[in-house]
Design a protein around this ligand. Sequence first.
Ligand SMILES: C[S@@+](CC[C@H](N)C(=O)[O-])C[C@H]1O[C@@H](n2cnc3c(N)ncnc32)[C@H](O)[C@@H]1O
Length: 276
Amino acid sequence: MTDDSGRVKKAIRQRYGTAALTVKTHAGMRASCCPGSSCCCGRSQIDLTGDAYTPEDLDQLPEKARLASLGCGNPTALAALKEGEIVLDLGSGGGIDVLLSAKRVGPTGKAYGLDMTDEMLALARENQLESGLDNVEFLKGDMEQIPLPDEHVDVIISNCVINLSPNKGRVFKEAWRVLKPGGRIAVTDIVFRGNKALIPDGVLQQMEQWTGCVAGALSEEEYHQRLQEAGFVNISVEVIRVYDRQVIEQWIGSGQWPQEGVQVTSAFVRAYKPKN
Ligand SMILES: C[S@@+](CC[C@H](N)C(=O)[O-])C[C@H]1O[C@@H](n2cnc3c(N)ncnc32)[C@H](O)[C@@H]1O
């Protein structure tokens, strides 16, 4: 699948473009409940975010930013953002984590959202307008080639997106390049726990499973190793939710997941770029 990076990205744009249009055009409908078989991380009706955001967080957001949420955690809760910091969200979708970050870093800071899907960018920009925040900028681009200068940001966040990249080595290299010395990564993502070799090839080869955030996920050990290879230090991969069998069966289809030996989880991933 990773050999066919162009085809994977086209399928991702289609899936998340549809999810964005669903939120825009079907008043009050969540991206994770869009019509059709499936159109976002997980199948229709599956909510991987759970109660990661507090009611106070959600109350301060435009409705369509909440409805477009397709993450598997809340990286802004992990990032310990400070006033004046510059934040970059990889795969910002409808903008939920960018808007929350912008409020936390305040007018002396800035929050960038990066996404490669036009419909998501349009929705995120609408949400920015409605929120009235002007320390926000949504950029069009690929996280494997981040359109920002070297050593520009203090914190990289991301929510359920890095698993989607066919070239994760490139994502971590780019993250390293744009982070200032002493900068940090604070992301949530789908991560396998246990023996990844037990996952049937049939699951790992399906485009539907890649764009649905399963087939491209790394194991805990792989995440750690890839970040280390890119030069990061003080790396931790902390599982915050283990999905039960019922959810996995709804998500990837029944009878496809091994009975034991490997789990699908959401994890908080932290890593630091050393100071010079
Ligand atoms: C599962 S959604 C998550 C959106 C958002 N982070 C959230 O929590 O709601 C994945 C998003 O990542 C974007 N995306 C996927 N691969 C990307 C890439 N290589 N570069 C930039 N954006 C990407 C998709 O367009 C989509 O908006």
